[in-house]
Design a protein around this ligand. Structure first.
Ligand SMILES: Nc1ncnc2c1ncn2[C@@H]1O[C@H](COP(=O)(O)OP(=O)(O)OP(=O)(O)O)[C@@H](O)[C@H]1O
Length: 509
């Protein structure tokens, strides 16, 4: 059978970076094909070429055996290619129906056309078990449901080849399971799926074949049934990945963070956090586990000074944090940083980096006062030297301090944020979803960094929806549900069923 897609000797460079180098492989029709590789390996670039967003410098692209010169996304869509991006392309205050109709020909406003489209969407939702209401507004939908809208949009546009770029990075375990069910149905209908993911468990679970990329090249192609997670990891990173990382014995010191009776209500009086009490000591990692949207983000925002609590107290090294002093010219987050609170925000694009600034500027963002000379002016030489050291120590690729950070791959942006916060030597480190969208080699190096900080006596509060990550790092686990702490476990008591019950709101035990 003709492959659905064939890449032949695709090359694409961005300046000095060869993002794709002589890439050749085929994707069988009616299969689920995984594409894996380290951050910056060139996966997204290749998919953007398939989707007409970038044009290859050389090489050929065949769709159903026919050579195609796809110059625009419209051409790709006309050829039956659909893409679900990492960041959804939906208009928040429009309904699902309006979002689907946007950009398609036909009378947006014609009532008969709207009714016909709505009926067709309902039919697709039933056929693919999509569980989306066409008349719901996007802003009222969960992340998982918004992703289903993106898939619905593609199916409505008759996509036969669906590209998903790290679709599960923002999903809960349950949402991932239901996405996979949809993908299996899609495959049963003879359609083709290209799945980019860093999660090798997912590759093993759902794909038929896997292509491995490294530094812009294809370094391996295997049938999933004949490989293993370890072999894939090895191919991706070029070295075996360690299992458990070494750490010093658990020996917590003095209390660094004391949270008591913390409350948060939103403007409408809805309780977002209720009666949060816990203590975090020097030299320990406490993980907050929970399904996202249960108050963890709000807690991190309060502790980093991005949001004010409605009640309760927070003390750092015995001194209450100055929430009342809002007149501080620097703003609370800057004040908190000066007090020794480092913060790796959950949403790196919104809160962690300034996309249009250079990598170097981003390494000082938030710590400007530390890189001034004795006249209070920026010491550019020192900034450049420090940046060079950080890029090397944290293996940021490409190690180009002048590149706009928005042009780095997601995982490499994350390395810059972590490098900046670790190098500021905080006493308390707040870490939100540190390895979202990050490849396994980099996860290992980020985890190693965090464990090293812990062993050096830093108190670390980790928020992660990945239980594997919680298990790899935490000394203690606090579970949150509905804005409350529902339970606490020592790492020796780690038990996914118990944590799952606590996440579901089962009360304190
Ligand atoms: N528009 C651009 N301008 C300059 N460089 C770019 C551009 N887009 C991508 N790159 C570079 O090309 C290389 C490949 O990036 P790409 O996003 O394809 O990697 P990836 O494998 O998808 O990574 P990740 O897993 O982190 O998403 C990286 O070094 C990246 O910095």
């Amino acid at each position: 059978m003709q492959p659905a897609v064939e890449f032949r000797n695709i090359c694409k460079a961005f300046g000095a970076v060869q993002a794709n180098a002589d890439v050749s492989f085929s994707i069988a029709k009616g299969s689920i094909h995984g594409v894996i590789g380290e951050n910056g390996a060139g996966k997204s670039t290749l998919m953007s070429i398939l989707y007409g967003y970038y044009n290859a410098d050389s090489g050929a692209l065949l769709i159903d055996g026919q050579a195609q010169d796809i110059r625009t996304s419209q051409q790709a869509i006309a050829l039956g290619i659909g893409m679900v991006h990492q960041h959804f392309m939906l208009v928040e205050n429009f309904t699902v129906l309006d979002n689907v109709m946007l950009g398609t020909e036909g009378g947006f406003k014609l009532a008969s056309h709207r009714a016909a489209t709505e009926a067709k969407l309902r039919e697709i939702c039933t056929r693919y078990r999509l569980d989306v209401d066409p008349l719901a507004k996007i802003e009222d939908l969960s992340v998982g449901a918004q992703q289903r809208v993106e898939i619905l949009k593609q199916i409505y546009r008759s996509a036969n080849i669906l590209i998903l770029d790290e679709p599960t990075a923002v999903l809960t375990a349950q949402e991932t399971a239901s996405l996979f069910e949809i993908l299996r149905l899609f495959k049963e209908q003879g359609k083709t799926i290209v799945l980019i993911t860093h999660k090798l468990g997912e590759i093993m679970e759902i794909t038929d074949e896997v292509t491995v990329m490294r530094a812009g090249r294809v370094v391996g192609a295997v049938q999933t049934a004949t490989t293993s997670k370890e072999e894939l990891a090895n191919m991706m990173v070029g070295r075996p990945i360690q299992g458990e990382l070494p750490r010093a014995p658990y020996n917590p010191g003095a209390a660094v963070l004391e949270v008591s009776g913390l409350q948060l209500q939103d403007a409408a009086g809805v309780r977002l956090l209720a009666d949060i009490d816990f203590t975090l000591r020097a030299g320990e990692i406490v993980a907050i586990a929970g399904v996202s949207g249960n108050g963890q983000s709000e807690l991190m925002q309060i502790l980093s000074g991005m949001r004010l609590p409605s009640g309760g107290k927070v003390a750092l090294l015995g001194t209450e944090l100055p929430y009342a002093k809002r007149s501080d010219a620097d703003g609370l987050p800057a004040t908190f940083r000066k007090l020794g609170i480092g913060h790796v925000p959950e949403d790196r694009l919104r809160d962690g980096v300034i996309k249009d600034f250079s990598v170097m500027q981003n390494t000082v963002f938030g710590y400007q006062d530390r890189v001034c000379n004795r006249w209070g002016l920026f010491d550019f030489k020192a900034i450049a030297a420090r940046c060079g050291d950080l890029l090397k120590a944290f293996d940021v690729r490409p190690a180009n301090p002048d590149l706009r950070i928005g042009l780095l791959s997601g995982g490499n942006q994350q390395k810059v944020v972590i490098a900046r916060e670790v190098s500021a030597k905080p006493k308390l480190m707040l870490v939100g979803q540190p390895t979202r969208g990050v490849d396994i080699g980099t996860i290992e190096s980020i985890h190693t960094q965090l464990l090293k900080m812990r062993d050096e006596g830093v108190a670390i509060l980790l928020v992660s929806v990945e239980l594997e990550e919680v298990r790899a790092l935490a000394d203690r686990i606090i579970v949150m549900s509905g804005g409350r702490i529902t339970g606490e476990l020592k790492i020796e008591e780690f038990d996914t069923t118990r944590i799952g019950l606590l996440m579901g709101g089962m009360h304190k035990t």
